[in-house]
Design a protein around this ligand. Structure first.
Ligand code: NZQ
Ligand code: ZN
Length: 389
């Protein structure tokens, strides 16, 4: 196990009706003037918007609002949010929604206290030194942004999707009420489950040795999603299954499973180019890319795939044919993704063969390789994209 430091200061308020605690929590963390940030309208339809604004009003908390965050959040709305925060002297940002809304809130939080263009943080030109505090009310179990230091934004001018991270961006609190996720369409639920699984896989597929504790944590989360995702697809109102998925989504990405090891992240980076170019749902894009990445790299570096097959997918070990065991594990994963309604090819997500080279160049951006479990060259990345045709 490698040396590590782990800092995860978010206060989680988990369970039914916890959204009613929002004003109390904002005040606990020093907020007096709030920016309420949300997406395209699901919170108005579900009645959550009314419950949150009533709670803020009853507590006498002043707030302004900015809705309209799109999935794969854009730089333009972040700039609008920064202007609003500066004009209105906002001192706390409340994100109500999914990963896109939370990531947009994080960008506004850092950009509001920065003299230059906030995209400098995403282009690697500046490091986040301060940020407004944020809190979240999560409505979809997926990205894990409710407990992570990360944020991913699409630059509208170049349509490049880039991430940055800072512990200053970890939410002060996150309200996780699983009942809020019951209104999700099955496709969004399934895409979220896929994202959660790949957050684990990016960490699980590592060459760092003697990491039994984090391996076992990863396997527990994967097995939980394998058990619970089909139950919520079948019965969207299943509170207990929703609850297990929601907590799994947080654990998958606050890095408790990733410490002490070298992580991979190739599947995510390969997928981000699809989201940037075609506005593909992030989880759906991962459902296409991750199994293909597995098929490709398992031939070059098989060792972790034996564990994936036998411990996660319960494939019996066959010492004389380990390659069959590996393949059965990957096939089980593919069958699971299909069962929950996820795509497996470029055609299903509207991606095109003629863009493959362009996406690869944008992804590598001058670097020789991508990923760590296997260091993928330009040709390898192209081959993975091509296998989705
Ligand atoms: O915008 P609204 O109307 O709210 O609708 C959303 C959106 O259309 C809808 N939705 C959310 N909760 C709902 C609901 N619909 C009905 N009922 C509910 N309860 O779902 C759609 C997707 O929302 P979005 O926020 O985009 O989902 P997700 O949480 O999957 O976030 C995806 C974004 O997070 C980034 C992705 O790249 C992508 O941009 N990621 C962020 C990470 C991080 N910050 O740590 C890590 C991830 O790997 C990921 O890259
Ligand atoms: Zn992800």
């Amino acid at each position: 196990m490698d040396n590590f430091a782990f800092y995860s200061p978010t206060y989680f308020d988990f369970g039914k009706d916890t959204e009613y605690h929002v004003a109390e929590l904002i005040q606990k963390y020093g907020g007096t003037k709030v920016l309420l940030h949300y997406g395209g309208g699901s919170i108005k339809k579900s009645g959550l918007y009314d419950r949150v604004t009533d709670t803020l009003k009853k507590a006498g908390l002043a707030f302004c609002e900015l809705g309209g965050v799109k999935p794969n959040p854009r730089s333009g709305l972040v700039r609008e949010g920064i202007r609003l925060c500066q004009q209105e002297n906002v001192d706390f940002i409340l994100a109500v929604g999914g990963g896109s809304t939370i990531d947009s809130a994080k960008a506004i939080a850092a950009g509001s206290l920065y003299d230059g263009d906030f995209m400098d943080f995403y282009r690697g030109k500046a490091k986040i030194q301060k940020a407004l505090p944020i809190g979240t009310i999560l409505t979809i179990a997926a990205a894990g942004s409710e407990g992570s230091p990360n944020t991913v934004i699409t630059d509208e001018e170049t349509m490049v999707k880039k991430g940055t991270k800072s512990d200053l961006l970890r939410p002060k609190f996150s309200i996780l009420n699983p009942a809020l996720t019951c209104t999700l369409p099955p496709y969004q639920t399934a895409a979220g489950a896929t994202d959660i699984m790949i957050h684990v896989c990016e960490r699980y597929f590592s060459n760092t040795e003697e990491v039994e504790i984090t391996d076992r944590l990863c396997e527990a989360i994967l097995k939980t999603i394998i058990y619970e995702a089909p139950r919520v697809i079948e019965n969207p109102e299943h509170y207990e299954a929703r609850a297990n998925i929601m907590w799994a989504g947080m654990l998958a990405h606050n890095n408790v499973c990733g410490v002490g090891r070298v992580q991979d992240w190739a599947s995510h980076h390969i997928e981000h180019e699809l989201s940037a170019l075609y506005d593909v749902n992030h989880g759906a894009g991962l459902a296409v890319i991750a199994p293909l990445w597995m098929r490709y790299v398992s031939k070059m570096n098989p060792h972790k795939f034996i564990l994936f097959a036998t411990r996660v997918w319960d494939v019996p070990m066959d010492e004389s044919h380990p390659e069959d065991v590996i393949l059965k594990g990957i096939e089980a994963f593919e069958a699971f993704l299909k069962k929950i309604g996820m795509p497996s090819s470029f055609a299903e997500i509207g991606a095109r063969e003629e863009d493959i080279e362009k996406m690869t160049d944008k992804l590598l951006n001058g670097r020789e390789t991508e990923g760590n479990y296997v260091k993928l060259t330009r040709d390898d990345v192209i081959a993975i994209y091509r296998s989705a045709l």
